[in-house]
Design a protein around this ligand. Structure first.
Ligand SMILES: NC(=O)c1ccc[n+]([C@@H]2O[C@H](COP(=O)([O-])OP(=O)(O)OC[C@H]3O[C@@H](n4cnc5c(N)ncnc54)[C@H](OP(=O)(O)O)[C@@H]3O)[C@@H](O)[C@H]2O)c1
Length: 314
């Protein structure tokens, strides 16, 4: 009962900005946007789904060579067929919940051929059922957080991220309800699993990691984190059917969800070590409630925690 009330208050607080109404209001002040991504190589994870697909097709349309990563070969083939310039869209099949597969991905000829100018860490899942990967990790933790860490660190260490490039992390407004915590992040027991809380934790962690990478890398490349607002996608349909039923008329379309990623890739605003998260081309605070600032975990301890888990996997 208390939890339903808290969710209701949370959604009521953000509906005017996270919905399509918020997007339309913000877009009234925007200039004409005609990016030119020619000559750039992009790697986009979760590229066949709602937001990732819109990013991949638009980047390709504006000249980028796109490495599109997802699991399903048929969906990847359909994405290539839908591209404005199919020869510049390279389907890459990889299960991003498996760290061994990500390591192979970073070394594959398709990925290592040219430096990556724009890395979009977009893949994300909200699971209502507890599941462990073959590597023994909780599935959403592996997909939403550890996988991004392993991919981004792997590419950086191999010199595969262009120093004047950009990494864009896709988080979620759901993180506003969650402080940074480490212990329950990779939940091992089904009885303790709360899919919504786990998702919010991973998305909060992506905001912290973004500032940490900017500290470590001093803007070479710069790292940004954004959230797309509430977008009508297959992910929402499967994971949040009640939310979708209630808000269907005001959900954003995939192009609206993708807009800020494309804008960040074009404008390259200064990368911040202090935190913050982009929504609708505007930098927003990383915290909306004081309780999410009260945490014993730090970005350093988060990075160490992720590196240790990855190392233990070999
Ligand atoms: N939709 C929203 O309202 C909303 C709100 C806030 C934040 N976000 C965030 O935006 C991002 C995109 O969300 P979306 O709603 O567009 O997602 P979606 O419709 O569920 O699409 C997910 C994509 O990820 C791929 N994928 C899933 N698991 C994978 C895995 N293990 N390995 C490789 N690829 C995998 C899927 O393709 P395959 O199944 O073929 O692999 C698909 O291309 C996510 O990070 C999400 O958390 C979305």
């Amino acid at each position: 009962m208390l939890r339903s009330l808290a969710s209701l208050l949370f959604y009521a607080r953000f509906v005017s900005s996270f919905s399509a109404l918020g997007y339309r209001r913000a877009a009234r002040n925007w200039d004409d946007f005609r990016p030119d991504f020619s000559g750039q190589t992009w790697l986009i994870t979760g590229a066949t789904g709602g937001i990732g697909r819109a990013i991949a097709l638009t980047a390709n349309q504006h000249g980028a060579r796109v490495l599109a990563v997802a699991r399903n070969g048929d969906k990847l083939a359909a994405l290539k067929a839908a591209a404005a310039t199919p020869k510049r869209l390279v389907p890459v099949c990889c299960d991003l919940s498996l760290m061994a597969a990500i390591r192979r991905l970073t070394e594959s000829p398709a990925v290592s051929r040219r430096p990556i100018d724009v890395l979009v860490n977009n893949v994300g899942v909200l699971l209502n059922r507890h599941q462990l990967t073959d590597e023994g990790l909780e599935m959403s933790f592996a997909t939403n957080l550890l996988g991004h860490f392993v991919l981004t660190e792997g590419l950086k260490q191999m010199g595969q991220l262009a120093t004047d490039g950009i990494v864009i992390n896709v988080s979620s407004g759901g993180m506003y309800g969650m402080p940074l915590k480490l212990e329950p992040m990779n939940c091992q027991a089904a009885k303790d699993f709360d899919g919504m809380a786990a998702y919010a934790m991973h998305k909060r962690a992506m905001v912290e990691l973004t500032a940490w990478w900017n500290q470590q890398w001093q803007g070479q490349p710069g790292v940004q984190v954004m959230h797309p607002g509430w977008v009508d996608t297959e992910g929402v349909k499967t994971s949040l059917p009640g939310f979708r039923r209630t808000l269907k008329r005001v959900l954003r379309d995939a192009a609206q969800g993708a807009d800020t990623v494309l804008w960040l890739a074009d404008k390259r605003p200064e990368a911040s070590e202090k935190g913050g998260i982009w929504l609708d081309r505007s930098l927003q605070p990383a915290h909306e409630f004081s309780f999410t600032r009260r945490t014993t975990a730090t970005a350093d301890s988060l990075a160490e925690y992720l590196a240790d888990i990855n190392q233990a996997l070999g």
